[in-house]
Design a binder for this molecule. Structure first.
Ligand code: ZN
Length: 674
């Protein structure tokens, strides 16, 4: 135990976890030891005979569990970014233990009595302390602190089972994604595919022990470029269906029973806590406040989205016909024909713009945007601990060259990484226990270039980089006292606001014109190409909005449904028929691989992206009118949004920045739907 690096001070210059020293066998003992420490700390708070005060209850709680936090951050970050069977095994073992440990704290009546006493006298506290008291009290309440003993036990059982199931759900999705293989043997079947995708497919085939073949997996990173560029319709269908059928295929990795069980457990849990449905429970502490407000927003956007999607379908059907074909457009044709339509309408293809979007350019654009808006700069750390060679670290300095945080990037796809892109932290900013600087990471799945070649992104990648960077800034610029209110510890429907806000800059012609230079010639992106790019941002929005809304409705359907669901396909079909979802569009996620809601904490909250988009499209209006690097607006944005975490009421903060309430019409306009 003494030599367990997870339990020692991370004593290098920045306190970075000593990744190279951490071995598989260190995790379980470190978890167990740090859980014991946390238990002892909590016991001390409970056993304290002094009159309960903010300091001896809530502040001590905020300080407690720091070892466990440290171990958990390292473990769960690696579980997503650089997983292995060993890590997965530990996760299965430790997740229910952690869930039980958290429940023991949350459901401890003596502790809750103390918290309640402080809550009842919270008017005497300063504003951040009051906010923390309210947040913690509400969290305890929503997790069952007011229940009697028998019901608390029942709740604990639900939680433990749910935590096991959601972990299994995720493992199944990852396995099903890797299990699916579409092998191409004839080079003629690769026609039209971009070089980097062919390269990846070749590498994947070699990894699977196949020579002179190309192997495609059911990842989004393989799927979308393939669907866009392959002219072979039957191969598009094969890969698309491979993707869609994840979680429904084999016996051992099938997610259908799991999904039904989770929905039922969540409903029972909500009932136990006095809510009609899981959605009512989940939305209780959000900016939206209740499901009626959520449906009201989704319904406002649904009709214009469908109307536009139908126009897009008919435009693409015309292309199919004009090429002498007679088939009806299907879901797996969408990307291919929408790319043709894009070329036809905007005379512009993804391939033309990619040489200007090198990773270096886009990352520099992100760093410079932050520098101009928020007076912070990023400086590469040459030598630091790494769990993988792709990890890069940066010092983040303020205008006085004072260190305010550490930022990591881990940008390239690999089989050990979960799909998608995300921000997490190794350390959150806080000041209640000495100054703790944030240590934030962005993980993405950009295709890794061949040795010696530059990484060229497509537009979606560039926007993703800015999006995740926005989350990172929310963590890095955080300037609050208590860790529970730090950075991205905000309700789900607010958390995507700072990230989507950043996307506005890479979507702006000014930023692109300055930073998008050709990776070989160094020439600036041609004005004409850029104009087309800007015009094309409203392109295909019928589809994008519809597939997203369909997934949001699916999420809410699972979590408002009163009866048990027997057949998932039937449940989905009924919902989408009722809504009038065009047959050419599938929900962005189907139930069996909808990790956001069954493994990622977004249950009943998938709508959040759109809710946040109303905020960001409203907030960006000021920059559009007064200049995208307007100093005064940048200062306000930092003060009221990026640095204040959850330390103040979020709607009031928004209005302080914006001067008015968020306006849904701005979202429709941004997407070209109004
Ligand atoms: Zn996000």
């Amino acid at each position: 135990m003494k030599n367990n690096p997870l339990l020692k001070e991370f004593d290098n210059q920045y306190g970075i976890p000593p990744f190279e020293e951490i071995k598989i066998e260190h995790y379980l003992p470190a978890f167990k030891k740090s859980i014991e420490t946390h238990k002892a700390e909590i016991k001390e708070i409970i056993d304290n005979v002094e009159k309960p005060s903010f300091e001896n209850v809530l502040n001590d709680m905020e300080k407690s569990g720091s070892d466990l936090n440290k171990v958990s951050r390292v473990f769960y970050n690696l579980l997503s970014a650089d997983s292995s069977d060993d890590l997965n095994k530990i996760a299965s073992e430790i997740s229910p233990i952690l869930s039980r440990h958290n429940d023991e704290i949350i459901l401890n009546q003596e502790l809750f009595t103390k918290i309640k006493a402080i809550y009842e006298h919270r008017d005497n506290l300063d504003s951040e302390q009051r906010r923390l008291t309210e947040v913690i009290y509400k969290e305890f309440k929503s997790k069952g602190s007011l229940l009697d003993e028998e019901n608390r036990k029942q709740l604990q059982c639900f939680n433990e089972e749910l935590s096991k199931l959601s972990l299994k759900f995720n493992q199944n999705v990852l396995k099903e994604t890797n299990n699916f293989n579409m092998v191409i043997e004839s080079p003629s079947d690769l026609e039209g595919l971009p070089d980097d995708l062919i390269h990846i497919a070749k590498e994947q085939a070699i990894d699977a022990g196949m020579e002179n073949k190309w192997l495609f997996k059911a990842t989004r990173e393989n799927l979308y470029p393939f669907l866009t560029s392959s002219g072979k319709r039957e191969l598009r269908e094969q890969l698309y269906k491979g993707y869609l059928n994840r979680g429904k295929n084999s016996n051992s990795e099938n997610n259908e029973e799991l999904v039904k069980r989770m929905a039922k457990l969540r409903k029972n849990k909500a009932n136990l806590l006095g809510f009609e449905s899981h959605a009512d429970l989940a939305l209780d502490d959000t900016m939206a406040e209740n499901k009626e407000n959520v449906f009201s927003l989704l319904d406002k956007v649904w009709k214009p989205a469908i109307a536009r999607a139908n126009e897009e379908i008919s435009d693409m059907q015309k292309i199919i016909q004009s090429e002498g074909n007679n088939f009806k457009l299907e879901a797996w044709d969408w990307w291919h024909y929408s790319e043709k339509l894009r070329k036809e309408k905007y005379d512009f293809s993804e391939a033309e713009i990619r040489p200007y979007l090198s990773l270096e350019n886009i990352r520099l654009a992100a760093f410079k945007t932050a520098e101009r808006l928020f007076q912070v700069s990023f400086h590469k750390i040459e030598d630091h601990p790494k769990y993988h060679e792709d990890l890069e670290g940066y010092e983040v300095l303020d205008q006085n060259n004072r260190l305010i945080g550490i930022f990591f990037t881990d940008y390239f796809a690999r089989p050990s990484k979960q799909g998608g892109a995300w921000m997490t932290s190794y350390r959150d900013q806080s000041k209640n226990n000495g100054e703790v600087l944030p240590m934030i990471i962005n993980v993405c799945n950009f295709p890794k270039p061949k040795e010696g070649e530059p990484t060229l992104l497509n537009l979606e990648h560039a926007i993703t980089l800015f999006h995740e960077f926005g989350h990172a800034l929310h963590g890095l610029l955080s300037n609050v006292t208590y860790p529970s209110l730090s950075g991205t510890s905000v309700p789900r429907d607010y958390v995507e606001f700072p990230s989507q806000m950043m996307e506005n800059w890479i979507r702006s012609p000014e930023v692109l014109f300055e930073f998008a230079t050709h990776h070989e010639s160094g020439e600036k992106i041609p004005g004409e190409l850029m104009d087309k790019y800007v015009a094309s941002q409203k392109f295909n929005q019928g589809f994008a909005t519809t597939e997203y809304l369909a997934a949001s409705y699916l999420d809410l359907a699972w979590h408002t449904e009163k009866d048990d669901v027997h057949d998932i396909k039937d449940f989905e079909n009924k919902l989408f028929n009722k809504k009038g979802l065009p047959a050419e569009i599938d929900s962005r996620y189907e139930s069996t691989y909808f990790s956001h809601i069954f493994a990622g904490g977004y249950s009943s909250s998938y709508y959040s992206y759109m809710w946040s988009e109303v905020l960001d499209s409203s907030a960006f209006e000021g920059f559009e009118k007064n200049g995208i690097f307007n100093k005064d607006l940048g200062r306000k944005l930092k003060e009221f949004v990026y640095s204040s975490g959850n330390s103040k009421d979020l709607m009031s903060q928004f209005k302080k920045f914006n001067g008015s309430e968020p306006n849904p019409l701005r979202l429709l306009k941004k997407r070209g739907l109004a």
